[in-house]
Design a protein around this ligand. Structure first.
Ligand code: UD1
Length: 387
């Protein structure tokens, strides 16, 4: 008898979580004799992220097979993305009748596909369960809460996440601590990334409408910025002071490399801030980077200034001092008080400045939270098989 699993991806941060899971399935199938139970696997891409640089590049870098089904949801409001995904995913489930739907992370696909699967009486496994920022204004927090309430099997990256689920009254039988699956991807690709040259990455990824500066000052020491959260990029009064701090102060110490998310770019253009950033001699705007390129920048960066949850985790493993431009985090295990590399600085410039000077003096100190060992995907698959 075989077991049929549909796993789901929708947006960029999902790809590095699904890649090791698919590898684990392939590995499992290759070790089983013909009479044993095989796993039939289908990959569904909701199509929320569709640009080559936000999606295809990661399939290529991480060797993810082309999605079996693409729902083509594209950009839109949250209701449009979730609603359209549910309508299309229901058709897939009726046709394919899987035993399990596996969702990862906290994007709109995670929510939409877990709700749809439960209404079709299909078991749901959530990889990266139990993360809580406590901030219900974040779309991702809504997605996490609903998904974790519904999923049959909740696979957590750390004990804090397991405790969150227990506090919410989740039956212990549904929770299993497996570690951080994204670190599987980091561990299997760090050697490849290490071999890349920073100058090549910069030259190959400059934004096309960038006023090419005659001589890009690529010093030994550089910092990396990424911003994409609506709470940081959607309001000019929040974004502008952060930009001023970067341009007027940080660039005195470091060249800044900024692989720019489509949402941030669109907002900077609409606020009339883009041209000044592009023209600044020590600020280098890059297109969204592929997995290896971003990992290489993180390995070499003196400091990371980010609002990304995934980068907080990668900085922890690599030891890159990380200023997290948020007031809260669903990943407390990455914070300094838990031994991690990240400090919450919100979006108040005084607070950012204070921690910036401390971080600038900090040496790179890698740490490894429990079970962030590169073997999480195997444990996820085992948990599903043994359920
Ligand atoms: C989504 C996730 C967020 C994750 C982020 C990583 C949700 C609720 N949010 O946010 O958790 O951290 O991805 O990137 O699912 N766009 C493009 N090309 C694309 C995709 C989007 O240009 O391939 C533009 C569109 O103009 C769109 C904007 O980017 O309006 C934002 O995209 P969207 O899918 O709404 O969410 P993200 O902000 O990327």
């Amino acid at each position: 008898m075989s077991m049929k699993i549909i796993s789901v991806v929708g947006a960029r941060p999902n790809f590095m979580k699904i890649a090791p899971f698919i590898n684990a399935i392939n590995e499992y199938n290759s070790l089983k004799s013909k009479r044993s139970r095989l796993i039939l696997h289908l990959l569904v891409h909701t199509g929320q992220h569709y640009d080559d640089r936000m999606s295809k590049a990661f399939f290529e870098d991480l060797g993810i097979p082309k999605a079996d089904i693409n729902l083509g949801v594209g950009s839109g409001t949250h209701a449009e993305q979730v609603g359209y995904t549910m309508i299309e995913f229901e058709k897939v489930l009726k046709q394919e009748k899987p035993d399990w739907v596996v969702v990862v992370g906290d994007v709109n696909a995670t929510l939409a596909c877990s709700v749809t699967a439960k209404k079709e009486w299909i078991k749901v496994c959530h990889i990266e369960a139990g993360l809580r920022s406590g901030d219900i204004t974040m779309p991702e927090e809504v997605n996490r809460l609903v998904t974790d309430r519904l999923a049959d099997l909740l696979l957590t990256p750390d004990h804090i996440s397991s405790e969150n689920l227990i506090k919410e009254g989740t039956d212990l039988k549904r929770i299993q601590f497996v570690g951080n699956i994204m670190i599987d991807t980091l561990e299997s690709n760090r050697e490849k990334a290490k071999a890349l040259n920073i100058k090549d990455i910069v030259h190959n990824n400059l934004v096309p409408d960038y006023q090419l500066k005659s001589n890009i000052p690529l010093d030994e020491e550089f910092g990396v910025i990424t911003l994409h959260r609506p709470s940081n990029v959607d309001k000019k009064e929040v974004l502008q002071p952060i930009i001023r701090f970067m341009l007027d102060e940080v660039t005195k110490d470091l060249t800044l490399l900024w692989p720019i998310h489509p949402r941030a770019k669109k907002q900077l253009q609409s606020f009339g801030l883009f041209d000044e950033i592009a023209a600044h001699p020590r600020m280098i705007l890059l297109e969204p980077l592929g997995y290896f390129d971003m990992l290489r920048l993180n390995m070499g960066a003196k400091i990371m200034l980010t609002d990304s949850g995934g980068l907080q985790e990668e900085c922890t493993i690599l030891g890159t001092p990380c200023l997290t431009l948020r007031w809260n985090t669903e990943r407390p295990v990455t914070l300094k008080e838990h031994g991690g590399a990240s400090v919450l600085v919100g979006n108040n410039v005084n607070r950012i400045r204070e921690e910036y000077f401390i971080a600038l003096q900090k040496a790179r100190t890698p740490i490894r939270p429990e079970l962030w060992d590169g073997k999480t995907a195997e444990r996820c698959l085992e948990a599903i098989i043994n359920y």
